[in-house]
Design a protein around this ligand. Structure first.
Ligand SMILES: [Zn+2]
Length: 434
């Protein structure tokens, strides 16, 4: 199957050669960069996650464009420093084509001056939010291959017992070949098996927030991510946000307009107040048929899968593994493994050799026991300093920030986005909600 699925313009607007003004420099005094064609694009901001600023920069070791994420104000409190450490450990743990991982971490200064952390990841030119709001044509094949990759990445995360908790189009990066990677693990955490343990409500950008969280459930599972994927699937089909409400109460109203009023059984995870509120409202019938009006791509098969993701009761919602087995995803899988993946290859005779496992799980769960042993900011700081030093890959010249760089001055001071730099109102919602 040969396809050209390009949606994203490769590269960014060119600029003047920057030379010494580049943010990244080799941390070896006599290091001579190899004679590779150096990229002349200037370093520039490209995005703002829940807890960090991301820049597109050039790696001086090979001239490659990479993403540099700054995690600012790391050591303000025990909670914030542990959250950053968790994100950092996750980025180093991930090994999956559809999950963004760390390529490098900049070597920190002496412990006494250690305030910020800089992580280098692969650079992807766009994200699903930018694509959905753009005028670019989205074919049924695009939707299938995007949904397939979201679920493929999520299966890996869930198999490592990680809940992402902020799956939204802006956190799904896309490159010029339509390869998709889940990013921003600022809110991710390990699944809590103990039902009695309370979990924070302040997760997931409101539009993609599962009904059990909106109804104050104290404990929730990986099903919250599946709900978010269902919302994104609907948004890909309709090219507009599926449940776009002003506040959490209205958000729940919009959901029940589609799904109908939930039964008491469906609401057993909800808090008492939210259940009472729901029962006081006039009962609404479900109206799933409106999903067929989203677009011509909303076929019976598509709506059948979508309805299994948008289920009120998280225990009855389809799992990622079961969703991947749905016939709607067969074509996305075939397309992905025919010409987009790195796990299969074509022989010199032109035969495609497919991998034995199309949707691999993580080899082991992500361990978070270390978190419980950390009881002070200073302790986290020392452990993180040690962890970063251990990540230094042998044989690679370490990188550091070039303090002479003009772009760095602007980067160093950017902890929050300037309004004019934000992509759109919708995608920035996630930053204020937390
Ligand atoms: Zn493959």
């Amino acid at each position: 199957m040969s396809v050209s699925m390009s949606l994203v313009q490769g590269g960014a607007a060119g600029g003047a050669p920057q030379g010494a003004s580049a943010i990244l420099a080799a941390a070896a005094p006599y290091y001579q960069p190899p004679a590779v064609p150096q990229d002349v694009q200037p370093d520039r901001p490209i995005g703002y996650g829940a807890f960090g600023v991301v820049w597109a920069v050039t790696d001086p070791r090979d001239g490659r464009r990479v993403a540099l994420k700054k995690l600012p104000n790391v050591f303000q409190s025990l909670v914030s420093s542990k959250r950053v450490f968790r994100e950092l450990k996750m980025l180093c743990f991930f090994k999956h084509e559809n999950v963004l991982s760390a390529l490098d971490i900049l070597q920190p200064p002496h412990l006494d001056f250690f305030q910020e952390i800089y992580v280098i990841t692969e650079l992807l030119q766009s994200d699903l939010h930018k694509i959905i709001v753009s005028p670019q044509h989205l074919s049924a094949d695009h939707i299938k291959v995007f949904l397939y990759q979201i679920l493929r990445g999520l299966k890996y995360l869930h198999s490592a017992r990680i809940l992402h908790r902020d799956i939204k189009p802006g956190n799904l990066l896309v490159n010029s070949n339509c390869v998709l990677k889940i990013c921003d693990f600022g809110l991710a955490r390990v699944e809590e098996p103990d039902q009695a343990k309370h979990m924070t409500q302040e997760v997931v950008t409101q539009y993609y927030r599962a009904p059990e969280i909106l109804m104050g459930a104290r404990h929730y599972s990986s099903a919250v991510d599946v709900w978010s994927v269902g919302c994104i699937f609907g948004e890909l089909l309709g090219r507009r946000i599926l449940f776009q409400a002003q506040n959490p109460v209205q958000q729940l109203e919009l959901i029940t307009e589609l799904l109908g009023t939930p039964t008491m059984e469906d609401m057993r995870h909800a808090c008492e107040g939210a259940r009472t509120h729901m029962l006081r409202r006039a009962p609404k019938p479900p109206s799933f048929s409106v999903l067929y009006t989203l677009s011509s791509h909303a076929t019976h098969e598509a709506v059948h899968l979508l309805c299994q993701m948008l289920v009120f009761d998280p225990d009855k919602r389809i799992s990622v593994t079961d969703a991947l087995a749905h016939p709607y995803l067969d074509e996305g899988r075939l397309r992905y493994h025919s010409c987009m993946c790195k796990c299969c290859f074509t022989t010199s005779a032109g035969m495609r050799q497919y991998t034995a496992d199309f949707e691999p799980s993580a080899g082991q769960p992500f361990d978070d026991l270390w978190e419980r042993k950390l009881t002070s900011v200073q302790q986290v700081k020392e452990e993180m300093h040690k962890f970063i030093a251990e990540q230094l890959q042998t044989g690679r010249v370490p990188l550091c920030i070039n303090p002479q760089s003009a772009a760095f001055k602007s980067f160093a001071s950017s902890t929050v986005a300037h309004p004019s730099e934000l992509p759109t109102v919708a995608s920035s919602m996630g930053m204020t909600a937390k």
